[in-house]
Design a protein around this ligand. Sequence first.
Ligand code: ADP
Ligand code: MG
Length: 729
Amino acid sequence: MSIFRFNAVEKASNRKAVEASTPDQKVSEYFGENVFNQKTMQKYLSKETFKALTQSIDNGTPIDREIANHVAAGMKMWALEKGVTHYTHWFQPLTDGTAEKHDAFVEHDGNGGMIEEFSGKLLVQQEPDASSFPNGGLRNTFEARGYSAWDPSSPAFIVDDTLCIPTVFIAYTGEALDYKTPLIRSIEALNNAATEVCRYFSDDVNKVFAYLGWEQEYFLIDEDLYSARPDLSLTERTLLGHESAKNQQLDDHYFGAIPSRVQEFMKDLEVECYKLGIPVKTRHNEVAPNQFEFAPIYEECNLANDHNQLLMSVMKRVARRHNFRVLLHEKPFKGVNGSGKHCNWSMGTNTGINLFSPGKDREDNLRFITFIVNTITAVYKYNALLKASIASATNAHRLGANEAPPAIISTFLGTQISEILDRFENSSIEDAIEVDDKKRLHLGFGQIPELLLDNTDRNRTSPFAFTGNRFEFRALGSSANCGSAMLALNSAVAYQLRQFKSDVESLRAEGKSKEAAIFEVLKNYIKESKPIRFDGNGYSEAWKEEAFRRGLDCENSVPLQYDAYLKPDVIRMFEETGVLSRKELEARNEVKWEIYIKKVQIEARVLGDLSLNHIIPVVIRYQTILLENVTRLKDVFSAEEYETVSAEPRRLIRKISAHIAAVTTKVDEMVEARKKANRITDMREKAIAYHDTVAPYLDDIRDHIDDLELMVDNQSWPLPKYRELLFIR
Ligand code: ADP
Ligand code: MG
């Protein structure tokens, strides 16, 4: 067995960098060449079709069949010219990851031959017969009546020989079965609510966009080492493995020189991304060994999320060319940092204003304060929901576990913004708001400096930090679909902005002036939302206690965190914003609980197998060697001497025997716990049982095996060790 390990280690350490194939052209010349973007559309569509399509996209109005036919014909012509043979509706089911079912363009031509066919009907709607995607009981599987529908706001693209059409995935009864549908609905809700609030400050705003800039962290591992670790291959995380003597203590990986194998991988990946129109911008090493990050320039939220989904699959493919595997799991290795996916989120108007940018000019500052205050108020009211939106079995190893930041949502604003809010709260209206001759409203106490952008005042421990012109939601896991968190955030802020407008309007109806009404409402919100503001160390023990006292959600169990989706105020919020219905929320929670169960179940099975069939046999063999050693010592030494010279091997045998007994007993108990949990039919109860009674064995068994790793002869240990896995040369 250990031969497998040493072969893998040898192969991995002798591996040479595979040179990236970079085009001769400049990036600007080939950027988006595999995307049916504006430029390509103008070439392949008639003027009228192009105009009708862009209008529908801008206004979110339906596209009629005739236009769809024209678009499909143009797309087909473009795709065929690029050697494409198949097309697929590309969608984002609730499993995380994307789904596609490829169909060839060919159809019978009616004369015994074949023609390439792609009509508007095929572009617009398909029934992928995706009956085995999780749906929480919304669709009866025997009916299998879910369909995918074209999302024209995200352009089609080519991967390999396939034209991919971004689509939503919906049940025939209208319920969303994916992330994209509610994400689009939430973007629309935010647009409507934010536009109305903008009008208090200027009348030229008629659309507000949500923007997203994600930062994708990931680990790379050599493919031979990956194959030699069944736990990595099957669960994407190491279920065993003692920490390496050296890992990240010296901080020598972060922003260090990128190893050449990785450098070539990154170059290849960037080229692929550029061709697909993904504007990747930064690449660097992350804190942990073998950990890296990719980040693009931010884009409109729906498109940015599609690009992140696409990146995750392209990464995996490109990595293979370089004999790597990508690990998107949040915590592949114990004892070193996990991987997140920071989501930088902001709102901007059609007039080009970033609503979170304090701006150089006085005109913007009261509007800025209004959007900041409403956002933190929404985060305060829905902190449990936002946490649920990023909760998963895998992300739980990053949040709320032993070596991780706590699973508590708070916001960091920095001293400057905090001071302004404090001052606002304690001022009179005369001091706080100025009205100019043109009746425009300004913040009374001067200008807000262009702040934070210089990075001086950053708190990296905050899960939701204001970073100068955007908020950075840092609690997302690296494997997540950003849609889950973004749709919760967009909806909560949309609902809060509606509340703001209605509060202001009720005061005006009582006869108060616009500025007095805005002043009073903001002041109340600043008071109300105070518990969510925390500028201290979010990783400290003291914060856990403090957060609990403040009434923030401190639930650590993932299955119970999901309950936040079904609280009456959350259901009301989602229903009134039109983003998700109660039925959808209930169904989606069933899916979440089920995925949680399956993840833990698979890990438990893999660990059981590794323990009993890989580790224990090796340990027993080593124990036998020690026993033989002891017997021989007896033959050679006098009884008295024997006592001394055999003391150490005998002590070791005892320790090893105790661990063997513990591992085997605990594996048995874990199997029993699983059987018991499997008899529960209610999904929520079952997930709770897996969390409370099965998952703890994973850590417990691991501890014993990790101790054994330090006792057993290195030559016979069957699995690559952390020091072998973690340092790419
Ligand atoms: P850091 O690691 O310091 O947080 P990065 O440069 O890695 O910063 O990532 C910043 C991300 O934030 C990028 O994706 C960037 O495009 C995005 N971003 C910058 N400004 C905005 C904005 N106004 N709205 C949304 N995202 C933004
Ligand atoms: Mg960041």
